[in-house]
Design a protein around this ligand. Sequence first.
Ligand SMILES: NC(=O)c1ccc[n+]([C@@H]2O[C@H](COP(=O)([O-])OP(=O)(O)OC[C@H]3O[C@@H](n4cnc5c(N)ncnc54)[C@H](OP(=O)(O)O)[C@@H]3O)[C@@H](O)[C@H]2O)c1
Length: 325
Amino acid sequence: MRAMISEKVGGPESLVLKELPSAPVGKGQVRVAVHAAGVNFPDTLIIADKYQFKPPRPFAPGHEVGGVVAEVGEGVQGYKQGDRVIGMIGHGGYADEAVVDQNNLLPMPDNMSFEEGAAFTMTYGTSYYALKQRGDLKPGETLLVLGAAGGVGLTAVELGAVMGAKVIAAVGSDEKMEICRKHGATMFVNYAKDKLRDKVKELTGGNGADVIYDPVGGDAFDESVRCIAWYGRLLVIGFASGRIPSLPANLALLKSCDVRGVFYGAWRGREPAEARKNFDEMFAWFRQGKLKPHISMRFPLEKAPEAMNALLSRQATGKVVITTR
Ligand SMILES: NC(=O)c1ccc[n+]([C@@H]2O[C@H](COP(=O)([O-])OP(=O)(O)OC[C@H]3O[C@@H](n4cnc5c(N)ncnc54)[C@H](OP(=O)(O)O)[C@@H]3O)[C@@H](O)[C@H]2O)c1
């Protein structure tokens, strides 16, 4: 098998393409012939030893794959050779095959492509858990999404609109607004040009946003906590800007608001049945054409460093995928 391997701590250029022997398929596991792998910001963190999980080296990054079951291990139920599946694996996805525990598999909807399958679980899974279980987002509420054209951001825009919220997309350039409009946002802020707190207050008639979805952190977090509504919920998703912000506690007091952490991977491990229910709901929306994963760039396996750099340089919108066959 071929895989892009992290042998030492570093950035995207530290990955090397290797030909390796296939890993054995254990009890309760299947081998997936990988057709496409999703590229997520955490992939850039995991190879730099900056992520919550630190797999022993050598390892391939890549949290999620879309492919076909090639081999089924002892005791596996519900999957057979030839099934189209999505694998959620934490790491190991930048490869042309992956061994996946059956609990980390999902059957891929018939009308979903391998690329869409590889682009679905991390971003939509995170955003739906954030908005539904953590944010209690209600129809008619205002949802402010920061980094709204990015991987998780664009799915929060789409899901927020499907859930009946009025979505404000906050982005770092005017060009990124249009893609957010296509996915359901109706109001826009360019935080590179406008002061986020002033623009959000203007758009909400002074009320502020009921729910704020923040995968950016840094200055954007500092600004957004100053334009949150009374009883608002600020969802801490990540820190793509590179700075983990601090919250002056008086700001939470002044708005009677909540700051709520969102750790999707850990929640999925703790509440697998709830997480699966979320996917069932989202797959139904996908079948109805209400969710449309946006894939802006595709790279062959050996160009995985370029794929990661597209995220780090803020060039990508929606998802970037690696194709392997
Ligand atoms: N909590 C969880 O369970 C969970 C799950 C998945 C991902 N995450 C986190 O969510 C964050 C976003 O992940 P993603 O895969 O959606 O990444 P992404 O596709 O690269 O999107 C990140 C967005 O952040 C904005 N940004 C602002 N400053 C940036 C900078 N210095 N470098 C890169 N982007 C910057 C960019 O939008 P503008 O150019 O418009 O500002 C970009 O579109 C990451 O921190 C990731 O670790 C958390």
